[in-house]
Write a protein that binds this ligand. Structure first.
Ligand code: FE2
Length: 279
């Protein structure tokens, strides 16, 4: 017997800015954290106007979670204080496990033209919050795309997708919350179905067009069940499907630090101001 997941709650992304004045659409908030678990936040940057993004995200820290940067158009240069540097370019992804600490900058590699990308924050369990920082980086050629008969396309960043033509697994591996991260490009009226572990949280962010249930800028949170069915509207849809194993741990967040207790947040602030975030 199979149980389809139903849409339980819809969150509207809000327009805000972060970094040095970068305009974003953001899904976050204390009142939804428990339902997003293990995810914490999802930001979308999307502008043709350099004034909306050229300030970028100058040097800032992270501790206690993972940041996943996925670029559709344009590029972001990443530099951290360990000397790691790279560019996430169109179609590429950077999966950064910040763990005990990373201090980095994320700056657009352009001053005009289309910049479109996402940053997802994914929590780490208490047992992994102080692990050494680690990166997984993949460019467009390393991320599989499943093409369906109706010209729909499914980009498989993490997790597994099975179609009549076979099974495709994304390149991101060894993440403790066993996430699924799919970018769906659905043709008008297309219907797709994905099995999702019944214990996992499942979310869908529509970022262009609409589905039967969600419009552009809305995130849907699904009930439990063993699969999800998504139907594009008559104009088609672009959407991110996210799923992962919830941690069910206390969350104490202070800006870029996400820990389990107030004392751990105090420690993170002290370590950062003392210049020893990685200790
Ligand atoms: Fe960052």
């Amino acid at each position: 017997m199979t149980t389809a997941r139903r849409l339980q709650r819809v969150i509207n992304a809000r327009n805000t800015s972060d970094g040095d004045g970068v305009k974003i659409r953001r899904i976050a908030g204390r009142d939804v954290l428990a339902q997003l678990d293990p995810f914490l936040l999802l930001d979308e940057m999307h502008s043709q106007d350099g004034a909306d993004y050229m300030g970028g995200f100058p040097s800032h820290p992270h501790r206690g979670f993972e940041t996943i940067t996925y670029m559709l158009d344009g590029a972001m240069r990443h530099r951290d204080h360990l000397g790691n540097e790279g560019v996430v370019s169109s179609g590429g992804i950077q999966w950064m496990t910040a763990g005990a600490g990373v201090i980095h900058s994320e700056m657009p590699e352009q001053t005009d033209g289309l910049l479109h990308g996402f940053q997802l924050w994914l929590n780490l369990p208490a047992s992994k919050k102080m692990t050494p920082a680690a990166y997984q980086e993949f460019d467009r050629t390393q991320i599989p795309v499943v093409k369906l008969e109706d010209d729909s396309r499914i980009t498989v960043i993490a997790g597994t997708v099975t179609t009549p033509n076979g099974t495709v697994t994304g390149p991101v591996a060894d993440i403790v919350t066993a996430p699924t991260y799919l970018d769906l490009q659905l043709a008008a009226g297309a219907q797709v179905q994905f099995p999702i572990d019944d214990t996992h949280t499942a979310l869908l962010l529509v970022y262009s067009g609409a589905t039967a249930e969600l419009t552009d800028g809305q995130l849907g949170i699904y009930s439990h069940g063993d699969h999800v069915v998504i139907e594009a509207s008559g104009s088609g849809a672009r959407a991110l499907l996210l799923a992962g194993s919830p941690l069910r741990e206390p969350i104490v967040q202070h800006g870029p630090f996400v820990m389990n207790t107030e004392a751990e947040i105090e420690q993170a602030i002290q370590d950062y101001s003392a210049g020893c975030l990685l200790a």
